[in-house]
Design a protein around this ligand. Structure first.
Ligand code: LFR
Length: 464
């Protein structure tokens, strides 16, 4: 088989990238074409995304990818979940809100007043996150006037192809997808006063969405457009008892299952059942991940008037002794953008390190994240009745050796770190399979074996 080339657009909450992926016999490669910063933008009415800036980067990145590799056969887009743009007369009605904007609190009360959380969980299987799309809709005065609501990757696919669809893995994060059937729960939507007409037809990863007229008719192929769904495709799991942590802005900690678990215990532990590629279930919990570190570094850089070097900070953090006192990485006070060092110090109280002890502060953050990972892994094992024997840590967090080692130490199981660009790889692999780069019936196990061969993970043994 010849080497096939595709383009992957992967938009994370702190950075986005456009990649060329090459797939063939013994070949699985990524070439980064563009990388750009992303983040919350404060406007008069709250925190938004700068979708137009992202769109400019995406278009320029795709043009450059095609210039470098004219053999590209398709493009796939993934991004963070839950956020959406409303369309009327073919135009975006407003800049999409950022999920960290606190308007969602109103939506939570409004939804739960009509449908209690217990019932929601039975229907959609989602952990409670105050920003799940269904809560955002309840706080969005413009929804009633919209023709369609498109999640971020679907919004960009629409701009490229003119087609309005909802890719299923990402749609599963809205709260309006039936966790048992994978179809829109139109009854729930109606109960909540959400018109079914704004919910576009669902498509599955691997289906062609349409053709990008501005890119010479290049097909846009649906991938696991929820970034975490794409990341899980490229977790090189080989053990049936493997767990994963997809660690970027968030640490998504859990298991891949064949069927959802919506028991009272799963609900109480706040575990989610998101839709995966090939109909799998991503049974996981959101742990606040590198957000704590990136927001802290941002605050220090602002205070210093000069960028703080994360690499050097982490190296210094590695040589201080393991802190005795940690904080709860999932504390709600850490969710919104802002002065992270002050908020973390408030949680640590009298044990907070002094202002000059930045390496110690960074170490406490890393250890606290690792501790939350370990606790969540234990909960996942208990809820799914599985003995976890290895944890794959993929995403940007795999570069953080301190975090990988601390996760192994605190969870008591080996950590296999990498690939760093799991999300882009998962995006590429699903497109490549749709193009016929593998046997037609290539399973996720086959795709993961390719990943393991091309990107051998780095192993961290628990030290105690
Ligand atoms: C990770 C992620 C998580 C989702 C959060 C908000 O990038 O997609 O899976 O819970 O961002 O969308």
């Amino acid at each position: 088989r010849p080497v096939r080339a595709v383009a992957a657009v992967d938009l994370g909450a702190t950075s986005g990238r456009v990649m060329i992926g090459r797939v063939g016999e013994g070949v699985l490669e990524l070439e980064q074409v563009a990388r750009f910063a992303n983040g919350p933008v404060e406007c008069a009415d709250g925190w938004h995304w700068d979708v137009e800036a992202l769109w400019t980067h995406v278009r320029a990145g795709l043009a450059e990818a095609l210039r470098r590799e004219p053999a590209i056969e398709s493009v796939g887009i993934d991004s963070w979940a839950v956020d959406y743009g409303l369309l009327r007369d073919g135009e975006l009605m407003a800049e999409p809100f950022h999920y960290r904007d606190e308007r969602t609190a109103r939506g939570v009360d409004a939804v739960h007043a009509i449908v209690p959380f217990e019932e929601l969980y039975r229907r959609n299987g989602l952990q409670f996150l105050p920003f799940n799309t269904v809560y955002q809709y309840a706080a969005d005065a413009q929804l009633a006037a919209a023709e369609a609501s498109l999640l971020i990757p679907d919004l960009f696919a629409e701009r490229l192809t003119g087609r309005r669809v909802a890719e299923r893995t990402n749609a599963s994060t809205t709260g309006l997808l039936d966790v048992h059937t994978g179809e829109w729960d139109t009854e729930l939507a109606a109960t909540l006063g959400i018109s079914a007409s704004v919910l576009p037809p669902l498509v599955d990863p691997g289906e062609t969405v349409g053709r990008a007229t501005d890119l010479g008719g290049l097909p846009v192929v649906a991938v696991g457009s929820h970034d975490t769904a794409s990341a899980v495709v490229a977790v090189p799991m080989s053990s049936a008892n493997a767990a994963y942590i997809s660690c970027g802005t968030w640490g998504l900690v859990g298991l891949e299952l064949e069927a959802p678990i919506v028991t009272d215990a799963a609900r109480a532990a706040n575990f989610t059942n998101e839709g995966g590629v090939d109909g799998r279930i991503r049974f996981l919990h959101n742990v606040t991940g590198l957000w704590l570190l990136s927001e802290t570094v941002r605050a220090w850089s602002e205070a210093d008037g000069a960028p703080v070097d994360l690499g050097r900070l982490l190296a210094a953090a590695g040589s201080v002794s393991v802190p005795a006192r940690l904080f709860d990485a999932d504390d709600p006070s850490l969710a919104a953008p802002g002065d992270m060092p002050t908020r973390i110090a408030a949680l640590l109280g009298r044990d907070a390190p002094g202002r000059s002890e930045r390496p110690m502060f960074a170490r406490i953050i890393v250890e606290s994240i690792a501790q939350a990972f370990a606790t969540t892994l234990r909960a996942a094992a208990a809820l799914a009745d599985r003995e976890i024997d290895v944890v794959h840590l993929v995403g940007g967090g795999a570069l953080n050796t301190l975090l990988c080692q601390a996760t192994a130490d605190r969870s008591g199981v080996p950590v296999l770190a990498g690939p760093v660009e799991a999300t882009a790889l998962g995006n590429v692999l699903v497109q490549a399979r749709a193009l016929g780069a593998f046997d037609a019936d290539a399973s996720l196990t086959d795709l993961r074996a390719r990943v393991a061969a091309a990107f051998p993970p780095r192993r961290y043994e628990p030290r105690f």
